[in-house]
Design a protein around this ligand. Structure first.
Ligand SMILES: NC(=O)c1ccc[n+]([C@@H]2O[C@H](COP(=O)([O-])OP(=O)(O)OC[C@H]3O[C@@H](n4cnc5c(N)ncnc54)[C@H](O)[C@@H]3O)[C@@H](O)[C@H]2O)c1
Length: 259
């Protein structure tokens, strides 16, 4: 099965690192035009320089917690490419950056809760709002893929309360909005990665620690998630909407698998 996204414009948030960067590379390899978005412009530009050489790509600075930045990010995509077909809402912060590693609910500072909910839930909501405004007005369908976590499906010891709340929120928002936008032929799905080796996890653990308890015996790679994002964005997934897909090496398959 060859996935061909040529002629499609795809926007990726958090495209400057980790899963987002690899997704940009994979979308470009499938022939898509790519809008690389990150809060750090230099990182987005670095990703754009790594794409298949014949790729039409732009790098855009946007903080997903800013309504103005997010609306400008979609406006820049539409002004350069004339349209937006697909978005991978991936930008997020982890428990190390929010300073919540190992803390229980009553120990979380309000600022950490606000940061994790602000970027990981409200940020996705703001992106979807701006992307859907364009897709609905254009009237030619579209695809949204959100990036949550297995911490959006189950309680997960390596996550934290606010992280889990935000990611469960993204899964719920995906299911609800899939209903709302199916009449517009806009498909909306969510990926729930297990432990993946990126800057987010390297900030607090070695690959051995990140991969511990994974039935397949290793941490996931950004490529493992990028290929799912590309598949869900393609016509091969044309009958799939409102679904949450764990890509986790078997972590959520059940207790027996990891015993
Ligand atoms: N790495 C994992 O194990 C793992 C597991 C499950 C889910 N996830 C999710 O995958 C997504 C990507 O994580 P990653 O591991 O690639 O992390 P990463 O730190 O390597 O990359 C995250 C990117 O998002 C950008 N970003 C952060 N806040 C932003 C904001 N407010 N506005 C715009 N850009 C912003 C960062 O600058 C960075 O480039 C996150 O949503 C994360 O929660 C990661």
């Amino acid at each position: 099965m060859l996935i061909d996204l040529s002629g499609r414009t795809v926007l990726v948030t958090g495209g400057g690192s980790g899963i987002g960067r690899e997704a940009c590379i994979a979308y470009a390899a499938s022939g898509a035009d790519v809008v690389v978005v990150d809060r750090h412009l230099a990182a987005a530009e670095e990703t754009a320089a790594l794409l298949r050489p014949d790729t039409d790509a732009i790098a855009v600075r946007a903080d997903v917690t800013s309504e103005g930045d997010v609306s400008n990010m979609v406006a820049q995509a539409v002004s350069h490419f004339g349209k937006l077909d697909c978005a991978f809402n991936n930008a997020g912060v982890g428990v190390a950056e929010a300073g919540t590693s190992g803390k229980r609910l009553h120990e979380l500072p309000r600022a950490s809760w606000d940061m994790l909910i602000g970027v990981n839930l409200t940020g996705v909501w703001l992106c979807m709002k701006a992307e859907l405004e364009h897709m609905v007005a254009r009237g030619q369908g579209g695809v949204i893929v959100n990036n949550a976590s297995i911490a959006g499906l189950i309680g997960f010891p390596k996550a934290s309360n606010a992280y889990g709340a935000a990611k469960h929120g993204v899964v719920g928002m995906t299911r609800q909005s899939a209903f709302e936008y199916a009449p517009d032929n806009i498909r909306i799905n969510v990926i729930c990665p297990g432990p993946i080796m990126t800057a987010l996890t390297a900030a607090h653990a070695t690959p051995e620690v990140v991969g511990s308890g994974v039935p397949l015996g290793r941490p996931g790679s950004p490529e493992d998630i990028a290929s799912m994002a590309v598949y869900l964005s393609s016509d091969q997934a044309a009958f799939i909407t409102g679904m949450a897909f764990a890509v986790d090496g078997g972590v959520t398959a059940g207790q027996l698998a990891s015993a």
